[in-house]
Design a protein around this ligand. Structure first.
Ligand code: IVH
Length: 676
């Protein structure tokens, strides 16, 4: 490429990154994924490294962040707020260490001690303390000049206003990250695309009353200017931060050697999804302050630190075609079949498109180049498409108006609560008339929460269906085991195992039976309520005869929506045949009478970890039998957290934060006058 073309290419990239910076810093909105941003930044750096003549004063190698917003007073940072260079693999880390060793001119086997700190993906802030008092708080801005966001920062409980500890420097600028916990983010209205944007948006509100509405957190990790600080290393500094009353990251660690850095990196990456805050890598800092000082900075990043980024959680691929999947309740879900790509170590070939409206809104088409995101246990989904790369002959996707499985009309229900039509389109047939719905219904029937037939997985349901062995749930209990032995993939032992699992489940509680039927809007909780109200299978079967569904309205928690769905279920001949046949084969147990004034009356419980000699299901039912209730989220409504072996630390910490009583198994059993 000649010089002119190179310059053009380079300027295009600078303009592009400026556009992203503007959105990110001014509007608190990310318009591309972090990994794509990092990729673009790396491309610019690589070009600059290779071609000396390429240098733009607006290059990310020269400036940090973006000019401060006009909403706030601007103030200069006494010590610049630096950025970090990135490492993506072992080689990058080895080069980082080599550069340090060369710079210090020490022996190759010189052992460098690092402080390894998870890199929280939030907004950095600088807090100026004078004589132990929090005076001014600044945003990073462009690294040289930040915005005065003192009032907003004062709304954050984690930021101490006054520090009385003796060794707290007379003057110091404490720096750290403002962020919002994922669990708190979920509780917010969906005004922000991700926790980072929510934190940034709320921190930069003109009115601090608005900031106060959002539970922001602060974790401290470094300092800017300081007067007379006697601390000698980063790890010692972190320890002192704790003493002074700041929060620090519980996963901070002192580490020597690249191999150990990598071990820690892998360990934390595995934990990443379970953490209640987003991290995008690990920051390594040379621990000794004297060595840090010798190393100094390059342009806008220190030589003594690097950010080891986690592998991307998004990637770009082509949508090969859009398939419509049909669920147990007849919902038509569009799924993009994509050219397989590796996202963060997992090969992804499907991405959900949610529903018809989503496709329309984003105008997603077959053949499009799309960005796919995969985070935690969330199903991979498409975040955006690149319309510039769209093939010329591309056509708008038309959503089928007939069910692709049975040809019935599809409908969109009217939602009485939102007073709008549902976004989801459904097959209008009632259950077993539609092949795909039937298969999904049987999968649900055998699933863990329902009949829990061990070894009877989704693949077996599909296989038995195609072999005409099962068409309705009752067929599971009428399998011809001798015939099964001769089918490919089955043998004497596997058939005997299957028979055993099926026979085991012939005795079933009424609530599980009702749930297993897969009646729309009747999940586990509602099935429990109905079974407690109707008490036995006879009363349940009688619903079809007396046709009096309104009596179910007496159940607290059951409303019109559920009644309508139960009525539809009982108005269908096949459904009636299913329940009557099953009643003949199974032993459906009456609902257990729960004590109304049991020992745990009005008390709420949550379980974490493994209990000794008792399954979770048994513990739950013990609580309920004694008039207690189980809740699934830690909130002020929770009275007790029961902690078993290998409990989730996050849950225990959250409970401690909210002053919730923590019980071990024996404390809890004592409440029930039982001993462990
Ligand atoms: S040290 C001179 N430590 O990462 C070193 N930064 O790309 C710069 N960050 O602006 C800061 N966790 O927003 C440091 N433990 C940590 C960090 C951390 C997150 C962020 C911070 C900074 C950015 C650098």
């Amino acid at each position: 490429m000649n010089e002119k073309l190179l310059k053009k290419e380079y300027s295009k990239k600078i303009l592009e990154i400026q556009k992203y910076n503007k959105a990110y810093y001014d509007k608190s909105a990310s318009i591309i994924s972090d990994s794509e941003y990092d990729r673009l930044k790396k491309e610019i750096f690589d070009l600059e490294k290779k071609y000396n003549f390429l240098k733009d004063p607006k290059s990310p190698s020269l400036i940090v962040g973006y000019k401060p917003s006009k909403n706030f007073k601007k103030l200069k940072h006494k010590v610049q707020m630096l950025s970090l260079s990135n490492a993506f693999n072992k080689e990058d880390l080895e080069n980082f260490e080599k550069r340090i060793i060369n710079y210090l001119n020490v022996k190759k086997d010189f052992k460098i001690e690092y402080s390894a700190e998870p890199k929280i993906d939030g907004i950095s802030a600088s807090l100026i303390y004078k004589n132990g008092k929090f005076i001014t708080g600044l945003s990073r801005g462009d690294g040289k000049e930040g915005e005065d966001i003192t009032e907003n920062l004062k709304t954050i409980k984690d930021i101490p206003r006054k520090i009385l500890e003796k060794n707290f420097p007379k003057e110091i600028d404490i720096r750290g990250e403002v962020f919002i916990k994922n669990s708190d983010f979920k509780k917010l209205s969906n005004k922000f695309a991700n926790p980072r944007n929510a934190a940034s948006g709320s921190l930069r509100q003109k009115d601090s009353k608005e900031t106060k509405k959002i539970p922001l957190k602060f974790i401290a990790y470094t300092f800017g200017f300081e007067k007379n600080m006697k601390i000698k290393s980063q790890s010692e500094f972190l320890m002192n931060l704790d003493k002074w009353g700041f929060k620090t990251n519980p996963f901070n660690k002192k580490i020597v050697g690249i191999e150990n850095l990598l071990k820690n990196y892998n360990l934390i990456e595995q934990k990443r999804d379970a953490l209640d805050f987003d991290i995008d890598g690990i920051v390594y800092k040379v621990n000794d302050f004297k060595i840090q000082k010798r190393l100094g900075n390059v342009a806008n990043a220190p030589r003594w630190a690097i950010a080891h980024k986690f592998s991307a959680n998004s990637g770009i691929s082509k949508i090969l075609n859009i398939e419509i999947q049909i669920g147990r309740t007849g919902a038509l879900t569009p799924v993009a079949k994509i050219k397989p790509i590796n996202i963060g170590g997992v090969v992804v070939s499907n991405a959900t498109l949610h529903n018809e409206d989503e496709i329309k809104r984003k105008d997603i088409r077959e053949g499009d180049i799309a960005t796919i995101e995969r985070a935690g246990d969330v199903i991979p989904h498409i975040t955006s498409i690149d319309k510039k790369k769209r093939p010329q002959n591309s056509q708008k996707f038309t959503f089928p108006l007939k069910c692709p499985s049975c040809g019935s009309n599809t409908i969109k229900d009217y939602n009485f609560i939102t007073k709008k039509k549902d976004a989801v389109r459904r097959c209008s047939s009632e259950g077993y008339e539609c092949e795909k719905v039937s298969i999904e219904k049987i999968k649900h029937f055998v699933s863990k929460e329902a009949f829990n037939i061990e070894g009877f997985g989704k693949k077996i349901v599909e296989n038995f269906w195609s072999l005409n062995l099962i068409k309705l749930p009752q067929d599971i209990f009428k399998l011809d085991y001798d015939k099964l032995k001769s089918i490919e993939g089955w043998g004497v032992q596997s058939v005997s195992n299957l028979k055993y699992s099926i026979d085991q489940r012939k005795k079933i509680p009424l609530e599980k039976f009702i749930y297993a039927l897969g009646i729309r809007h009747i999940g586990l909780e509602n099935a429990k309520l109905i079974s407690r109200f109707l008490k036995n299978i006879k009363n349940f079967l009688a619903l079809s005869k007396i046709n009096n569904f309104d009596e179910l309205l007496n159940i607290d928690g059951i409303g019109e929506t559920q009644i309508k769905s139960i009525r539809n279920f009982f108005n269908n001949e096949t459904n009636l045949k299913v329940i009557n046949d099953l009643d003949k084969i199974l032993s459906i147990q009456d609902s257990i009478e729960f004590k109304k004034d049991g020992l745990l009356k009005n008390k709420t419980f949550m379980l974490t970890g493994k209990l000794n000699g008792m399954s979770r299901a048994e513990a739950k039912s013990l609580i309920e039998q004694n008039s207690g209730s189980i809740i699934s989220n830690i909130s002020k409504k929770l009275d007790y957290l029961i902690v078993g072996e290998k409990a989730t630390k996050r849950k225990v910490d959250q409970a401690k934060d909210l002053n919730i009583k923590i019980l071990d198994q024996s404390d809890w059993l004592k409440m029930l006058n039982k001993s462990s």
